[in-house]
Design a protein. Structure first.
Length: 145
């Protein structure tokens, strides 16, 4: 079994629409993410490299200094008020740590699929997102690509 492990830090703002507590207000976090990708043997490119660590980190770094929203948050979708390149739409009912982790997972799967399409390899992908000092969410699934 071979593994790739990358860490990244990113700063974002978000709010939880409909939440009864303080998280309904716009606030920010310094998130930390770890992506672990494991497979029996990684395919390799012409330089004998598997996946570029920087490309995996960029899935998380592309969220840096952005406002994370869901489609229902129409205020931040108004381009007259907010620059569209500063807003990232996260699938789901809220830009929770859970949905951020799934967003990262889905983008890592797509990254692998673009580089090594239709190989039929099983990749175990674990995404850990740390929202605060004490709060983490982990997605750990296998994707066949």
């Amino acid at each position: 079994m071979e593994k790739i492990i990358v860490h990244a830090k990113f700063h974002t703002g978000h709010r939880q629409l409909g939440y009864p507590g303080e998280c309904r207000f716009v606030h920010g976090h310094t998130w930390r993410g770890t992506v672990t990708i494991a497979t029996e043997t990684f395919p390799r490119d012409d330089l004998d490299m598997s996946l570029d660590f920087g490309h995996i980190k960029n899935v998380m770094r592309d969220l840096d200094h952005k406002m994370l929203v869901v489609e229902a948050d129409t205020t931040f979708m108004n381009s007259a008020l907010f620059e569209p390149e500063g807003v990232v739409v996260i699938p789901g009912k809220g830009p929770s740590v859970e949905n951020v982790a799934h967003y990262v997972f889905d983008h890592v799967v797509e990254l692998i699929r673009r580089q090594y399409p239709d190989r039929g390899l099983d990749y175990r992908i674990e995404v850990t997102i740390q929202e605060t000092e004490n709060n983490f969410f982990v997605v750990d699934k296998t994707a066949t690509i």
